[in-house]
Design a protein around this ligand. Structure first.
Ligand SMILES: C[S@@+](CC[C@H](N)C(=O)[O-])C[C@H]1O[C@@H](n2cnc3c(N)ncnc32)[C@H](O)[C@@H]1O
Length: 405
């Protein structure tokens, strides 16, 4: 691999980003140029952020179509989307070992609504054929640059989902293929696009009908409406024959859909490289801890089964007198029998949503104080992680000289 995803990100920002008129790049340090580019697009990042988080109904495909908005998307969202995707890939692999099953197989990865390719880059499988599909050309161009930095074998296609041809997603004769679908923050953009939603579910159910090997990874925001819509999609996929791998311990109806006030999401930590921390400071955000509605599935032919684990899906404050017990919590645990409350036994270690609860049930346990500020779980490597600092990966020969030592 030529580069790691964090360096690929920095190199792409430097290539695509604009600096003010009269600004001379040569002789300047790469991180200084990076910061200047960031400052130029900061208002656009905040604008996109507001639309994504508060006015999603305004969301149209036209949102990220200019070069400037692509750089803003890269700087504001790409790395955190990768960090969340890494949690999904790492945890589902830790529970089911799906990565080792790919050895010796033809692997085709379809990143649908790929944007800048955060899911592809987080997947970290080098020997695969990647198909990056999106309706936006400028985003695809950025995705192609990032993939090239990572030395991935990628084909980009500008096409809206509704126009995808299901025949192109079939296993070719004589090949032992594993199809991998990546859907990052795209399902919720299709709320009013039933044709596209139907196309996606058709593509996926075709693999079941044809008895093909297929893995599906979905990341969506942890917000109530979007997470619940993803949980509904999860039920549709399981009803079509998919095996739920993550976070679900079974493939039956999602019990949380019957609880109108709850929704399913995973929590993760990301050991941010210094530049990512700097971006968060500039945006007045903290995203070293993050959350996402994350799901993984496989077709039966992959040979995996749901693992009947006990998964933390909530941490409600205890019912008995919210004031008196302020800061005390139970776990909501999802297992084969549905969702139950469990009082934690180990008050100093908070198990994150989406993780296996490694404690025995003990309902008579007295309430324990919330261990605020404690680590939720080992931080994911994420894009770059702590080991990656800009100074370890000079990206272009001109900028290499200027990179801080
Ligand atoms: C929020 S972005 C997410 C990008 C990327 N998957 C990620 O994880 O960062 C949603 C992407 O879906 C694309 N998109 C939305 N509707 C689409 C459609 N009908 N056909 C193709 N792409 C679409 C947008 O262009 C955008 O790149």
């Amino acid at each position: 691999m030529k580069s790691d995803p964090f360096y690929a990100f920095v190199a792409t920002v430097l290539k695509l980003g604009r600096t003010p008129k009269g600004y001379v790049r040569s002789g300047r340090r790469a991180d200084a140029i990076f910061k200047t580019i960031f400052k130029g697009v900061k208002p656009t990042i905040l604008e996109i952020w507001e639309i994504y988080t508060q006015h999603r109904d305004d969301l149209t495909r036209k949102l990220v179509t200019t070069k400037e908005s692509v750089v803003a998307y890269l700087l504001g969202f790409h790395l955190t989307n990768m960090a969340r995707a890494s949690v999904l890939f790492e945890r589902s692999d830790a529970r089911h070992g799906w990565k080792k099953l790919l050895k010796g197989k033809k692997v085709r990865v379809y990143d649908i609504g790929c944007g800048t390719g955060a899911m592809t880059l987080a997947l970290g499988i080098h020997d695969a054929e990647y198909f990056m599909i999106d309706g936006s050309n400028p985003l695809l161009e950025a995705a192609a640059m990032l993939a090239e930095e990572m030395d991935l074998k990628v084909k980009t296609t500008r096409r809206v989902i509704e126009d995808l041809d299901p025949k192109q997603f079939a296993t070719r004769e004589g090949e032992d293929t594993v199809h991998i679908y990546l859907f990052g923050y795209v399902w919720n953009e299709l709320t009013r696009n039933n044709t596209a939603r139907r196309k996606l579910t058709t593509l996926l159910s075709n693999h079941i009908k044809r008895k093909e090997k297929c893995l599906v990874f979905i990341a969506e925001p942890a917000l109530e409406q979007m997470a619940r819509s993803t949980m509904e999609l999860r039920d549709v996929l399981c009803a079509a024959g998919y095996v739920a791998l993550y976070p679900c311990p079974h493939s039956n109806h999602c019990p949380m859909l019957d609880r109108p006030k709850d929704w399913c999401y995973s929590e993760g930590e990301w050991d941010q490289p210094p530049l990512a921390k700097w971006i968060d400071e500039q945006l007045e955000m903290t995203r070293s801890r993050h959350a996402g509605s994350l799901f993984a599935f496989s077709s039966p032919e992959v040979g995996l089964t749901s693992d009947a684990a006990r998964i933390v899906v909530g941490r409600p404050v205890r019912d008995e007198g919210k004031e008196r017990y302020k800061g005390f919590f139970d776990y909501l645990v999802c297992d084969e029998d549905g969702i139950t409350k469990q009082t934690p036994l180990a008050p100093l270690q908070v198990t994150a949503r989406g993780m296996i609860l490694d404690e025995k049930v003990n309902a008579s346990q007295p309430p324990v104080k919330r261990a605020s500020g404690k680590k939720l779980d080992p931080p994911t490597k994420g894009p770059g992680g702590a080991k990656s600092e800009i100074r370890r990966a000079p990206h272009t020969s001109a900028e290499r000289k200027g990179v801080k030592k």
